[in-house]
Design a protein around this ligand. Structure first.
Ligand SMILES: [Zn+2]
Length: 304
């Protein structure tokens, strides 16, 4: 099986070697036997120096020849809800789909996906995580992906105007305002979205690239004081900060991946209807994500 390498961008697929070959039958056996090796995809690598995706096992459980796994915005806006199965049942009529509640990405998740697959299942939704589609050709997989994304499409909320003057007062050399049309300002402008972002993390990549949840700047608190407050709670320093009623600040040295995940938060939450019940990743699940060696490697590649 050819799988995208960890820390590479699918967008580069036509100009760089970003795929690595892995021993598919050996990995399938490891997943079935619940062997710890199944969470070490590098052990199944057949050649090359790049490491296979930490989600290799997730692709290995499908019978179809092409497996596409994405953390798409339309999907996330639904699978972060505790009522996701009912919403999906309504929107995915006519698809052969299945839903798997959140567990840490890796071999345990792959085994749970394998358990729900029927012979004709080609769409799998992952709670607080994303979407998988499978087909026997790239074209068919792409067509199916686009059909699912269209079926899950939700209208975005009315865009409010960030208060850039108020943001400028709170900004520092370390924490600067996002650009005026950035979707994540909206999370600070809608109180229910601010609350949803502050209460916890909604999907794993947020935890990996932005840290646990989002820090909300209190009245009269400086970003430095908010950093200190967060570090007293044992969390990593914040990268994104919300100023209620004004907009969002981001660390001036944020990595491209952190910037992408900052945008993702706004894109996802703008699609969340008012009063939708949100389900967060628990403190234990956050810790499980942040202690993960494979993720450390991906973060290191991202920094370099
Ligand atoms: Zn994933």
């Amino acid at each position: 099986m050819w799988i995208k390498a960890s820390g590479t961008l699918l967008a580069d697929a036509l100009t760089r070697d970003i795929f690595v070959p892995v021993d598919l039958p050996a990995m399938q056996i490891a997943i079935q036997e619940r062997h710890p090796r199944a969470d070490q995809p590098a052990e199944f690598c057949l050649s090359g120096t790049l490491r296979p995706s930490i989600e290799t096992s997730l692709h290995a459980v499908f019978a179809q020849r092409v497996v596409v796994h994405v953390h798409c915005v339309n999907t996330l806006a639904i699978v972060i809800r505790s009522d996701a199965p009912a919403i999906l049942a309504d929107k995915l009529k006519g698809f052969n789909w299945a839903f798997v509640p959140y567990v840490k990405p890796g071999a345990r998740l792959a085994a749970l996906v394998s358990n729900v697959l029927e012979p004709n299942t080609d769409v799998v939704l992952l709670g607080n995580h994303g979407l998988i589609v499978a087909a026997d050709t790239v074209d068919a997989a792409n067509t199916l992906l686009m059909r699912v994304i269209a079926a899950l499409n939700a209208p975005i909320r009315t865009l409010l105007n960030p208060d850039l003057q108020a943001l400028a007062v709170r900004a520092t050399p370390d924490f600067i305002s996002l650009r005026i049309d950035h979707p994540t300002h909206q999370v600070a402008l809608y109180p229910d979205l601010t609350a949803a972002a502050e209460v916890g993390s909604l999907y794993p990549d947020h935890v990996i690239f932005l840290g646990v949840a989002v820090t909300v700047l209190q009245a009269d608190e400086t970003p430095e004081e908010a950093v200190a407050r967060r570090s007293r709670s044992g969390l990593t320093p914040p990268i994104l900060m919300l100023v209620p009623g004004a907009g969002a600040l981001i660390r001036s040295d944020a990595t491209p991946s952190a910037l992408a995940l900052a945008q993702c938060l706004g894109d996802v939450l703008l699609r969340l209807p008012e009063r939708a019940p949100v389900q967060i990743i628990t403190a234990e699940q956050n810790a499980e994500l942040l202690d993960w060696d494979a993720e450390k490697y991906r973060q290191a590649l991202n920094v370099s």
